[in-house]
Design a binder for this molecule. Sequence first.
Ligand SMILES: Nc1nc2c([nH]c(=O)n2[C@H]2C[C@H](O)[C@@H](COP(=O)(O)OP(=O)(O)OP(=O)(O)O)O2)c(=O)[nH]1
Ligand SMILES: [Mg+2]
Length: 146
Amino acid sequence: MASSVKPGSCAAKGPSAPFLHVAVGVIVQQGQVLLSHRAGHQHQGNKWEFPGGKLEAGEPVQSALSRELAEELAIRIESAEPFMQVRHQYPEREVLLDIWLVKSFSGKPRGMEGQQVQWFAIKDLDKLVFPDANQPIVQRLQSLFI
Ligand SMILES: Nc1nc2c([nH]c(=O)n2[C@H]2C[C@H](O)[C@@H](COP(=O)(O)OP(=O)(O)OP(=O)(O)O)O2)c(=O)[nH]1
Ligand SMILES: [Mg+2]
């Protein structure tokens, strides 16, 4: 009997599984890194993240980084440099994390969306729960900063 699912398509993910380009900021000071806690209702909720968010249509990645960190933390980035990119397939979406090392910023970071924001020692990061895509970021930070 013929299947109703077309060859090459997948009922769970489908050809239209969203692809998201995400600008992410790694803010390091004195052996510590600044993390935000994702709300329970968000994708990958109740996990720690590096602050950031999705690019808008046509938006350059550095503009998205500045906008997201202003919206989420109320800080203004003064300089940032590319750190690494991570592409990761979750069951329900694919993400390209475009990760930037924030070299200097002004303002005092605070959780503008009600989220918990906290500095953590880089050596302790492996005790925290992150989205799976973040594993290579944590490894790279630990190899560089401890
Ligand atoms: N910001 C951030 N997102 C991450 C990390 N790791 C990871 O897998 N992601 C995923 C989770 C989401 O699927 C996506 C980012 O989406 P987001 O919810 O932060 O986007 P946003 O800030 O624009 O959120 P919103 O305004 O649409 O609520 O990337 C991370 O360290 N930081
Ligand atoms: Mg975000």
